[in-house]
Ligand binder design. Sequence first.
Ligand SMILES: [Cu+2]
Length: 201
Amino acid sequence: MARIAEIDHLLEHNADQLLILTDAQIEAKQDKLKRLMRHRQRISELKSYTFENGLNSFDSGRDDQVVKGEFHLPVGEEVEFVFRSRDVIHSAFMPHFRAQMNTVPGVPTRFKMTPTITTDSMRTILDDPDFNYVLLCNKVCGAAHFNMKMDVIIESREEYDAWLEQQDAFLVDEAVPSAPENEPAPSADVDIESGEMAMIH
Ligand SMILES: [Cu+2]
């Protein structure tokens, strides 16, 4: 009865503060509250989770290796990209080439394209000596997502060959198939892991 008197009072003096809900609406609000509580619980558990190395789930991302690299491709030649992810779904995005491809653990994804304008020409066209084509991750994939960016240098076949000659240290042994001699087509295997992108030519 006290509640009814209270409602009567509100109706008379502060009708704008009175919110009357149906049972279904109350149930919906309780459901939402429970969902939010579960969500809150998950976040607090995530914060306090500690890995074997003693780091929590946020700090453990800090020792991800940063491969601040670049890779080169010859202009005017079709290149097939093959993407492999070692952990979660990333998205390899090359905005200047209008190309994007999900990278999925266990499922190599691929696409072909032919770069038509060298980096040098593009710098002249845009009047920007610092311009670079980029490959970056376009999916928020984890704590190291912000690290996932590489420059893409498009150059002449001669410059590309010269660059490739010097890239021995870049190779990942077990992932490089023995290439047939005089293989002319450029290949670009992209090995992706949180915070790391490696090209295997
Ligand atoms: Cu990412």
